[in-house]
Ligand binder design. Structure first.
Ligand code: NAD
Ligand code: MG
Length: 394
């Protein structure tokens, strides 16, 4: 098998570290070309010592200076800083595969750079696709990039569909996608109890260990809203054919229903190394370090409908997708600002959807005709969201 040369965007995060754990198990298959991180130079330095990339990139010049000092005894590693350098390693000819695992809108430009350069792009950074939807998918089609979903649900759907008809659900005979959701840590909380939850409680997900932002998104169900939009773009399907099923055990990672009544599901332990290994090695299968599933100890599976009254974020995401144009970018920006304020202790949990709803209703929807338009709306929405946050601040 050919050696794959990887750029890992967001190497110090939850997905980045899981990716490196799979890479570590297969030195004959994968070589790391570049590793990137946001602000934590010391964490990236440790990874550089183990994986010896040719290039290491920090999101800012200051953090890059810190990393250079930490790696002063390793002159073979080129250290760069800033958003331009993130794009540079994403599109570099020396890498054929890019793991897009920066969190949030900050990941859009480097992910897009990898897409435009025609790489195999392993997409964890769902916000990039939610923000730019059709433009992003058009860029994939134009460059011939190989886009493989890493989000566990979308990777499950991908595995349950014929490989040559991933974007042709009618041709494949698909009638519905059943998108599973854990329901998050507050699935059984009353609306009143939701007002007082803390960032620590929101980040303590019952089944998955993840970064803080996606943990809060799982708790509000915004994660499922972003994933609904992600599924529509990836699989070229209308939202009325995607039905969210809350499945608290998080063992079935999603299902595809076909015209003949067959429902195909992908199961596994809730461990991101499975979809990551699937994307890294596709169409082969490699060992991922994930313990085998023990269905006897799990015993039962449960399913329920999502409660859109207690968790309005899923409804807001569906409405933003329906509104089209720049609305999903506004939804995403407002959510990022609200989640950051909640994590900083400046906004109560129940006000996250309030901020998003106010930002959406106060920001005109325009056609998403260029990435410049998307970035302009993103920053307009952030300004509006911050104004609303200051009005509701705790
Ligand atoms: P995380 O917070 O653990 O890691 C984020 C990474 O991005 C870190 O390496 C950080 O240094 C880097 N980063 C943050 N801000 C940056 C910036 N401005 N510029 C450059 N780099 C920056 O997040 P995560 O949980 O690993 O999630 C990453 C992405 O994968 C998210 O889009 C998330 O929705 C998606 N995802 C995560 C999981 C999971 O299990 N963690 C599952 C599915 C999808
Ligand atoms: Mg997911």
């Amino acid at each position: 098998m050919p050696m794959r040369h990887l750029t890992i965007l967001g190497a110090t995060g939850s997905i980045g570290l899981s990716t490196l754990d799979v890479v570590r198990r297969h030195p004959e298959r994968f070589r790391v070309y570049a590793l990137t991180a946001g602000t934590r130079a010391s964490e990236l330095a440790v990874l550089c010592r183990e994986f010896r990339p040719q290039v290491a990139v920090m999101a800012s010049a200051e953090a890059a200076t810190e990393l250079s000092h930490l790696l002063s005894d390793m002159p073979d590693i080129r250290v760069l800083g800033g958003p331009g350098a993130l794009c540079e390693v994403a599109e570099a000819a020396a890498a054929d595969t890019v793991m897009a695992s920066i969190v949030g809108a900050a990941g859009l430009s480097p992910t897009l750079a990898a897409v435009r350069a025609g790489k195999r792009v392993l997409l964890a950074n769902k916000e990039a696709l939610v923000m730019s939807g059709k433009l992003f998918m058009d860029a994939v089609a134009d460059s011939g990039a190989e886009l493989l979903p890493i989000d566990s649900e979308h990777n499950a759907i991908f595995q349950c569909m014929p490989a040559d008809k991933i974007r042709d659900p009618d041709g494949a005979g698909v009638s519905r996608i059943l998108l599973t959701a854990s329901g998050g840590p507050f699935r059984e909380h009353s609306a009143d109890a939701l007002r007082d939850v803390t960032p620590e409680e929101a980040c303590a997900h019952p089944n998955w260990s993840m970064g803080q932002k996606i943990s809060v998104d799982s708790a509000t169900l915004m994660n499922k809203g972003l994933e609904l939009i992600e599924a529509c773009w990836l699989f070229n399907i209308m939202p009325d054919k995607v039905e969210v099923h809350v499945h608290p055990e998080s063992i079935i990672h999603s299902m595809v229903e076909y015209a003949d009544g067959s429902v195909l599901a992908q199961l596994g332990s809730p461990d991101m190394r499975t979809p990551i290994a699937n994307g890294l090695a596709w169409p082969e299968r490699i060992e991922a370090g994930v313990p085998p599933l023990d269905l006897f100890s799990i015993g039962r599976f449960h399913f329920e409908r999502p409660d859109l009254v207690r968790f309005p974020c899923l409804r807001l995401a569906a409405e933003a997708f329906e509104a089209g144009g720049t609305a999903p970018a506004v939804l995403n920006a407002a959510n990022e600002e609200a989640v950051a304020a909640f994590l900083a202790g400046n906004l109560c949990f129940a006000d996250i959807p309030v901020i998003i709803e106010r930002t959406l209703s106060g920001t005109a929807v325009v056609p998403a005709d260029s990435f410049d338009t998307i970035f302009a709306k993103d920053s307009e929405a952030r300004t509006r969201a911050r104004e609303q946050i200051s009005l509701l601040a705790v």
